[in-house]
Every structure is written in C-alpha cells, then in structure tokens.
Design a protein around this ligand. Structure first.
Ligand code: NAP
Length: 301
C-alpha cells in the first residue's frame, strides 16, 4: 500500500469555525432579548500555565459574546474556602457553568472539589454524573479535550468505524473518556480501542498496530516514527512546556509526538500547537452554550 500525502488536522481553523457558529447563536439570543451564556473560572494561586489557560478562556468567551467571570483565590486558601466558593457558584442564577482550574495546590483535594460542583454547571465534565452519562450515551457535558478530539475527527470526515485505535494515556480527563467515546456505537466511534499506560508491555509494537493513534502522555517526542503504522491518523494531545531561550516567554509547547519524523508516515496528524489545544478551548464554549440552553430550554433558538 502506498502512503498517502500527510494532511494536517488543523485544530486552529476548526476551532475558529466552531467559535463562529457559537457567536451566531449568541447573536440570536441577544436579538431575542435573552441573557447570553456566562462562564466562571475559579483560579487558585498564581501558577503561570493556569493563568494563561484562564486568560485564554476569558478571551474566547469575549470573542463569541459570552460573559465571563474569574474568581481568584489565594494559593494558601483552605479546602473549605474553595468548597464555599463552589457552593456559591452552584447557587448563582447568573452563572450557567463554571470550572475550577487544575492543578489545585497540593493541600486541596481535587476530587472533593469536582464532587461538589453541580452537574448542571459542570462544563468541564469532570464530575461522576457527566462522566457516567457519557458512558451510557446520554446527554452530558463531555470533557473538553476528548470532545475536541471527536469534533476534529468528525469535522475532517475521518473514518473511525472498525479501525484499531490506540489511546496512550489513561487519565480521567483525557485518555479514559476518549477511549470510551471512540469505542461507542456512534459516529465518530465504533473503533476497537486499546488503552495504554505506563505498565503497558511492548507499547511501541501496540502503537505500530494502530490505525488511529492518540498520544496523551505528557512526554515530549515520546512517539517516534518506528511506533507509527504507515498511513495512520495521529492525534497528539500532549502539551509540555519545554525551556526555549529563543522565545520571549522562555518556553515552547511540545507534543508527545516527534512530529518531524512521524508526519511523513501518516495520513493525518495534528500539530502542536494548533491541533488539539484550540479544540479543547472550543469544546468548553460548546458546553457553556449547552448549559445556558438547558437552563432555559432555549435549544432551538
Ligand atoms: P496525566 O494525568 O499525567 O496522565 C498521563 C498518562 O500517560 C497516564 O495514564 C500515564 O500512565 C501515561 N504514561 C506516562 N508515561 C508513560 C509511558 N512511558 N508509557 C506509557 N504511558 C505513560 O496527563 P493528562 O492530564 O492526561 O495529560 C496528558 C498530556 O496531555 C499532557 O501533556 C497534558 O499537558 C496534555 N493535555 C493537553 C490538553 C490540550 O488541550 N491540548 C488538555 C489536557 C491535557 P499511568 O496511568 O500508568 O501513570
């Protein structure tokens, strides 16, 4: 079999399209005199990456016409205070959905915070009700990164049915939900999925058997050309900050895939940056719009 020319899965362009679609719906809400979606983000401490992620979310909200609120809490704040803020946001009628930016400082139990978020406002989809509903194929807020990856596959018309998909990484927010979505009887979906992790034996061999390879590990350049089947679709979720003195920021984002060696072997591949990252951001907007629609049954506006 000859290898097709590689095509770039352009998450940036795809996310722009999704934002345009959402912006249009928001304009219609406004025109009908209705309240626009409102997303809140709780930021605990001053972690540089978290600051950037939240700033991006605020900017995205502005671009599509959502309202947004950032709730800043000091890094030394106790768990009880974060839980109190979550309870306040759960009860706030003006907020459609909110996220608590992770990672939280080590003395705060992230699981406890997730469990406290009202599932109707859990637009990150990290809580058990939304994850459970997703597993059952019921309407749910699907975690942003898996949702973004599924949109990227769908909007680029990538065939998934009957394909062998290897998901490397089994985190609760990326690898595990993605493996479930890809295996479901849906489109995209109907893959035969292998989920790999740090205890997987012969990972290279397993990856090389994948028609669709999804890397969500967090190790720059981990997936090399010998681990990729000719013609495979490769989705790189990894985004690790690596020091780069040539950049004003002092770092660059590196994916889990060694792009230069892997790309010539693939049919499709996501770049980093510009692949899964923008899709994750767009998926949060989609969930926030959905939360707004559900709160007032305005899904057909
Ligand atoms: P995580 O919670 O650290 O999970 C990493 C997973 O990789 C774990 O399941 C781990 O296995 C597995 N792993 C680690 N080393 C491995 C190895 N040598 N061989 C096989 N598996 C290995 O990470 P995450 O939150 O899922 O994030 C993964 C990456 O995606 C990170 O770079 C993160 O920054 C990025 N990310 C990007 C976006 C985006 O929008 N682009 C969103 C979320 C995350 P064990 O379970 O056995 O430890």
């Amino acid at each position: 079999m000859g290898i097709q020319a590689v095509r770039i899965l352009d998450g940036k362009a795809c996310a722009e399209q999704i934002r345009r679609e959402i912006g249009e719906q928001v304009r219609r809400l406004r025109a009908d005199g209705m309240r626009v979606p409102h997303l809140a983000a709780v930021l605990v401490g001053d972690d540089g990456a978290s600051e950037t992620y939240v700033a991006n979310k605020v900017r995205d909200c502005g671009e599509v016409g959502f309202e947004s609120t950032v709730v800043r809490l000091d890094g030394g704040v106790g768990e009880a205070e974060v839980l109190a803020k979550v309870a306040e946001l759960n009860a706030d009628e003006a907020i459609d959905g909110f996220i608590v930016q992770v990672p939280l400082p080590g003395h705060i139990d992230e699981q406890k915070i997730n469990l406290a978020i009202d599932s109707a406002k859990d637009v990150d989809g990290f809580g058990p009700e939304n994850l459970g509903r997703m597993c059952l194929g019921l309407p749910a807020f699907v975690t942003a990164t898996p949702n973004g990856v599924m949109e990227l596959l769908a909007r680029n018309g990538i065939a998934t049915e009957g394909k062998h998909c290897v998901v490397a990484g089994r985190s609760n927010i990326v690898g595990t939900p993605l493996s479930i979505l890809l295996s479901r009887n849906a489109s995209p979906g109907n893959c035969t999925v292998s989920i790999a992790h740090s205890r997987t034996k012969d990972l290279g061999e397993l990856c090389a058997s994948a028609d669709i390879l999804i890397a969500a590990i967090g190790r720059p350049g981990f997936i090399t050309a010998d681990m990729v089947k000719p013609g495979a679709v490769v989705i790189d979720v990894g985004t690790t900050r690596v020091a780069d003195s040539s950049r004003a920021s002092g770092f660059r984002l590196a994916g889990d895939v060694d792009f230069d060696s892997v790309a010539p072997k693939c049919s499709w591949i996501t770049p980093v940056p510009g692949g899964v990252g923008p899709m994750t951001r767009a998926a949060l907007l989609q969930n926030t719009l959905k939360a707004r629609q559900r709160r007032q049954d305005i899904s057909n506006v």
